[in-house]
Design a protein around this ligand. Structure first.
Ligand code: GLU
Length: 599
C-alpha cells in the first residue's frame, strides 16, 4: 500500500485509539499528529474524508457515543475549517442516511436556492450570457445556503447529540488552527487573484498579504466565533437575525476593492429568501443492480438518476467477465447515454416535470443499451430518449451539450457501531466558491447558482435547468449507499468533481462490485469520464497506458485530465467490522479512520 506522508498535522488532541490499520499506535499525548492513510479496518465505526483533522473530529464523536449522523455533522463542520474552499456553512449539499433499525435509506436535499426574485434571465445581460468567470465571483451566483439547515434537520430526525456538542471539535480547530499542507496552499494560489478583489477574503486567506506557508498553523477565529454563535443560538441564527443580515448585505453589496477594477455584480438575496429556506426530505433513488439495491440522491441532483440509468444499461453485460477494454468501452458508452438523458430531463422537480421513476426503469435502460455497439463508438452529443415512452434503440430528442460545472466540493462517509451509515456530499461549488467572505464571519459564500444553464442548452431544446424563483440548480452530487438482498449495507461512497462526480461514482462502484477491486483500489483506479462529449477525459494512468490505443481502435477519442474526483467510502465487513477507504494520492490523499483498529 502506498502511504502518502502525513499532511495536515493536527493540533487537535486525539486519542491514541484513533489510528488507522497498519499505523503504529501513537503514544497518548495531548497533541498527537494524525497520520493520513487511505485505508483503515476495525470496529466501533468508521469515518472517511479528505482530511485527517476532519475524520478525527468524526471519530471523536463516535468514541463519545455519537451515531453516524452526529459524526457526519462533526466531520462536515471540521471540513468547513480545513477545506474552506470546498465546503462550509456558506454552501449546500445532499445527505444520504441508512437507518440500521428500519433498514431503510432516507435523504435530505440541502441544495442552495435562487432568490425569489430570480427568473430565467438571471445570468443574461443585454441579450447574452454573462461570461462564466464573471458570474462566479459575484453576488449574483450566491444561493441561500442549505448546509446549516441540513445539519439541524439530520440531527432532529436521526441524530443523538446537540449541534453545539458536534461543532466543538471544528470550533477548536478554527480557533487553535490546523497545519497548512500543499493542497491548501495550491488552492489558495489558484484563487489568489480573485481573493485579492475582496479584502475580507484576502485578509483571511492571504495572511500578511501572502500565501499560507506549508507547515504553518492556519487559524480562523472568525469562524470559531460563528460556530460558537450557531452552537448557542441554533442554525436559525444564520437564517434570521444578525448573521442573516450580514449574508444579505454581503450578497447585495459585494465588499469588493474598488481599485481592483473587478465588476462584482450584486445579487438580490433578501431576508425573506433566507427565512423561508427549507431542506427537502425525499425518497432516495433506487436502482437494482445484480440483486443489490443502489440508493442515491433524487433530483434536484442528477446523481441518482444518471448513475442509476448507467448501471441499468451496464447490467445488460456481465462486467466481471469483460476484458479491460470491453469494460471501459461499455462504461464510457453507458455514461454518454445517461448524460444525454440527464441534460434533457433533470432539473428541480418543484419546477420541472422530472420523470425520475421512468429514467430508472430497466425497460428504459434496455431501450437505450441497444444503442451500444461492441465495435463502434456513439457520436456525441447523443440525443436523449423519452423515458415515458421507451422505444427500442431510442434517441429521438434534440441533442444538447453538457454544461460546465466546477470541480471542488467534498464527500464524507461514516458508519457507526449500530450499523447506521451516512454518505454526504457538500459544496460551495467552485474551489473557493464565489470568493466572497462574509466580513467578520470566517466563511466564503457559494457560487452554486452558476450550476444553472445561463441560456437554454440549444435553440429547440427544453432546458430543465434554467434559473427560476426559489429554484434549486441541478447538481451532479451522488452520495450513494448500496444494500444487499437483506437490506444491509455493502458499501457507501461519493466524490467531488462537478459533473465528473457521476462518472467517478459509477466507475468506483463497478470497479468494486464487478471487477473485484478492493474498495481502496476501486477508488484509486485511474479514471475515465465521458459526459456526452466528443472526447472522453482520461487521467494519466489510462491516458499513458496501452489501453488507450486499443480503445482508440474502436473509435474513442480522448483528452487528458490530470486529476478527476476525490472519493471516500466505507465497506461493511462481517461481525461489526468496517473498512474505511479514501484516495491514495489525489488531492494529497484522503483520510480513512476507524474507532478501534483491528489487529
Ligand atoms: N456544484 C456541483 C454540483 O452540485 C459540484 C461541484 C463540485 O463537485 O465541485 O454538482
Amino acid at each position: 500500500m502506498r502511504r502518502p506522508v502525513a499532511r495536515k498535522l493536527s493540533v487537535l488532541a486525539v486519542s491514541a485509539a484513533v489510528v488507522s490499520v497498519g499505523a503504529a499506535a501513537p503514544p497518548a499525548a495531548e497533541s498527537t499528529a494524525v497520520e493520513k492513510v487511505p485505508v483503515a479496518v476495525g470496529y466501533g465505526g468508521a469515518v472517511s474524508s479528505v482530511d485527517a483533522d476532519a475524520s478525527a473530529a468524526g471519530i471523536e464523536i463516535l468514541r463519545k457515543g455519537g451515531n453516524a449522523v452526529d459524526a457526519a455533522v462533526a466531520t462536515a463542520a471540521a471540513l468547513g475549517v480545513t477545506e474552506p474552499y470546498s465546503a462550509g456553512i456558506g454552501g449546500g449539499g445532499y445527505f444520504v442516511y441508512y437507518d440500521a433499525k428500519s433498514r431503510t435509506v432516507r435523504t435530505i436535499d440541502g441544495r442552495e436556492t435562487a432568490p425569489l426574485s430570480a427568473d430565467s434571465g438571471l445570468f443574461v445581460e443585454n441579450g447574452a450570457a454573462i461570461p462564466f468567470a464573471e458570474a462566479v465571483s459575484s453576488g449574483l451566483s450566491v444561493g441561500t445556503p442549505g448546509t446549516p439547515a441540513t445539519w439541524q434537520q439530520a440531527l432532529d430526525k436521526w441524530g443523538s447529540k446537540r449541534l453545539g456538542t458536534l461543532l466543538k471539535p471544528a470550533e477548536r480547530l478554527a480557533r487553535d488552527g490546523f497545519t497548512v499542507d500543499g493542497t491548501f496552499r495550491d488552492q489558495t494560489a489558484a484563487n489568489e487573484t480573485r481573493f485579492r478583489y475582496f479584502p475580507d477574503t484576502a485578509k483571511l486567506f492571504l495572511p500578511n498579504g501572502r500565501l499560507p506557508v506549508v507547515g504553518s498553523t492556519f487559524k480562523n477565529p472568525d469562524l470559531a466565533r460563528t460556530y460558537a454563535e450557531l452552537s448557542r443560538k441554533g442554525v436559525g441564527a444564520l437564517y434570521r437575525g444578525d448573521l442573516a443580515d450580514d449574508i444579505v448585505d454581503t450578497v447585495n453589496h459585494p465588499p469588493v476593492d474598488p481599485s481592483s477594477g473587478w465588476n462584482a455584480r450584486p445579487g438580490d438575496l433578501t431576508a425573506k429568501d433566507l427565512a423561508t429556506y427549507r431542506t427537502k426530505s425525499q425518497a432516495p433513488t433506487r436502482t437494482s443492480y445484480h440483486g443489490l439495491g443502489v440508493y442515491s440522491m433524487a433530483p434536484s441532483s442528477s446523481g441518482g438518476t444518471t448513475v442509476g440509468e448507467a448501471l441499468n444499461i451496464l447490467e445488460n453485460t456481465d462486467l466481471s467477465k469483460a476484458s479491460e477494454v470491453q469494460y471501459l468501452h461499455r462504461y464510457i458508452e453507458a455514461s454518454r447515454i445517461a448524460f444525454a438523458d440527464r441534460g434533457r430531463w433533470v432539473g428541480d422537480p418543484a419546477f420541472e416535470d422530472v420523470p425520475t421513476k421512468e429514467l430508472l426503469s430497466q425497460r428504459y435502460a434496455d431501450s437505450r443499451a441497444c444503442l451500444i455497439k461492441d465495435d463502434a463508438v456513439l457520436t456525441s452529443p447523443v440525443a436523449p430518449g423519452d423515458p415515458r415512452d421507451p422505444a427500442a434503440c431510442d434517441a429521438r430528442g434534440t441533442a444538447a451539450p453538457t454544461t460546465y460545472e466546477g470541480d471542488s466540493t467534498t464527500h464524507l462517509t461514516v458508519a457507526d457501531k449500530w450499523g447506521n451509515v451516512v454518505s454526504y456530499t457538500l459544496t460551495i461549488e467552485q474551489t473557493g466558491g464565489s470568493g466572497i467572505t462574509v466580513p467578520g464571519r470566517g466563511f466564503i459564500l457559494n457560487n452554486e447558482l452558476t450550476d444553472f444553464s445561463f441560456t437554454p442548452a440549444g435553440p429547440d431544446v427544453h432546458d430543465p435547468n434554467l434559473p427560476g424563483p426559489g429554484k434549486r440548480p441541478r447538481s451532479s452530487m451522488s452520495p450513494t449507499i448500496v444494500l444487499d438482498r437483506h437490506d444491509k449495507p455493502v458499501v457507501a461512497l461519493g466524490s467531488p468533481g462537478g459533473a465528473t462526480i457521476i462518472t467517478t461514482v459509477l466507475q468506483s462502484l463497478t470497479g468494486f462490485l464487478d471487477r473485484g477491486l478492493p474498495l481502496v483500489d476501486a477508488i484509486a483506479a485511474p479514471r475515465a469520464s465521458q459526459r456526452n462529449q466528443t472526447t472522453t477525459e482520461l487521467e494519466p494512468g489510462l491516458y499513458n497506458s496501452p489501453l488507450r490505443a486499443r480503445l482508440e481502435a474502436i473509435g474513442h477519442g480522448f483528452r487528458l485530465n490530470p486529476e478527476i474526483g476525490a472519493a471516500t467510502g466505507v465497506q461493511r465487513l462481517p461481525n461489526g467490522k468496517w473498512l474505511a477507504a479514501a484516495e491514495k494520492v489525489r488531492r494529497g490523499g484522503g483520510s480513512a479512520m476507524v474507532v478501534w483498529p483491528a489487529s
